[in-house]
Design a protein around this ligand. Structure first.
Ligand SMILES: *[C@@H]1O[C@H](CO)[C@@H](O)[C@H](O)[C@H]1NC(C)=O
Ligand SMILES: *[C@@H]1O[C@H](CO)[C@@H](O)[C@H](O)[C@H]1NC(C)=O
Length: 252
C-alpha cells in the first residue's frame, strides 16, 4: 500500500518535470526572420550554449575538446575553442538547396599530460617527439569553420522540418607567423615565432575538419531533425520555406 503511493507521487513529479522541460526548451530557441542577421547571431549563441555543446533533451553528447597523442612525450595536444564560436555568416538557397553556416572561434592548441585524459591517435604519427622536458606549450590562434549542408524539407505530423544532410566542411586554422620585423627583434618576439612554428607543425598531423569540427556540426544536424523549422525560422506572409533565399556575412 505504502509502496504504491510512493510510486504514484513519483509519477506526477516526473511528468511535470517533462512538461517543464518542454517549455524551457522552447524558450531558449530564438526564432528569427529571414532578414535579421543580428537575430541569427543571438540564435546561434543560445543554441551553442543550450544544445550544440551538449543536451540531455536532445540526446547530444557534452562537448569535449579534441585530444591526440603527441609522440612519445607522455603528453597530448588539446584543440578547443568551439565553446566560444560565433556566427559570422549564414545563407540559405532553395535553388541549390544549401544551408551554409560560417563560424569563427578562438583556437587554442595546448599541450597537456596524457595521464588524466584519453587521447586519440593522430592521423599522422609524430615520429621524432621524445620524452617531454620543460613547461607545456600552448598557442592561441583563430579558426574559421564553413559548413555547407545540402538540405531537404520534410513534412512530419503537420510540421515542416529542415533535414540537413552530411555537410561539406572547410576548416581554416589561422596560425599567424609571429616573426617580428628584424629591427624589432626581441627575445619575446623570437619565442613567439618558435611557438607558432610548433603549432603549425602539430596541426599538420591531424584532419581538423573530421575530428574537431564534424562532431560539433553533426549536432546542428541533430537539432534540425528534431525541431520543426517554424520554431527557429520565421516567414513573412509572402514567403514560403520551399522558396527562400538569403545570405549574410560579416565583413571585417
Ligand atoms: C603516456 O605516454 C607514455 C609515453 O609515450 C606512454 O608510455 C603511456 O602509455 C601513455 N599513457 C596513456 C594513458 O596513453
Ligand atoms: C584572433 O581574432 C581576434 C578577433 O578578431 C583578434 O583580435 C586576434 O588578434 C586574432 N588572433 C590571432 C592570433 O590571429
Amino acid at each position: 500500500m505504502k509502496l504504491a503511493t510512493i510510486t504514484f507521487v513519483n509519477l506526477i513529479v516526473l511528468s511535470s518535470a517533462i512538461i517543464g522541460d518542454k517549455e524551457k526548451h522552447d524558450r531558449f530557441i530564438i526564432a528569427c526572420h529571414t532578414t535579421d542577421f543580428e537575430c541569427f547571431k543571438r540564435q546561434y549563441r543560445s543554441l551553442r550554449d543550450k544544445v550544440l555543446l551538449g543536451s540531455l533533451q536532445f540526446a547530444i553528447d557534452f562537448y569535449k575538446p579534441y585530444l591526440f597523442r603527441y609522440g612519445d612525450s607522455g603528453t597530448c595536444i588539446k584543440l578547443s575553442g568551439l565553446e566560444e564560436s560565433e556566427l559570422v555568416g549564414i545563407s540559405m538557397d532553395s535553388d541549390s538547396k544549401e544551408y551554409l553556416l560560417t563560424l569563427e572561434l578562438p583556437l587554442r592548441i595546448q599541450q597537456t599530460t596524457n595521464k588524466t585524459e584519453i587521447c586519440m591517435k593522430p592521423d599522422v604519427e609524430f615520429k621524432n617527439v621524445g620524452p617531454h622536458i620543460g613547461p607545456y606549450r600552448s598557442f592561441n590562434g583563430n579558426a574559421t569553420i564553413k559548413a555547407t549542408f545540402p538540405y531537404e524539407l520534410r513534412k512530419r505530423k503537420g510540421d515542416i522540418y529542415l533535414l540537413l544532410k552530411e555537410e561539406d566542411l572547410d576548416v581554416i586554422l589561422d596560425i599567424p607567423d609571429l616573426r617580428p620585423p628584424i629591427r624589432l627583434m626581441s627575445n619575446e618576439g623570437g619565442s613567439g615565432y618558435e611557438i607558432s612554428e610548433w603549432a603549425y607543425e602539430v596541426v599538420e598531423h591531424i584532419d581538423a575538419a573530421r575530428h574537431f569540427a564534424l562532431p560539433y556540426t553533426t549536432n546542428i544536424r541533430l537539432f534540425s531533425s528534431t525541431v520543426p523549422v517554424h520554431k527557429y525560422l520565421l516567414l513573412y506572409p509572402e514567403e514560403e520555406y520551399a522558396d527562400l533565399k538569403f545570405a549574410f556575412y560579416d565583413s571585417d
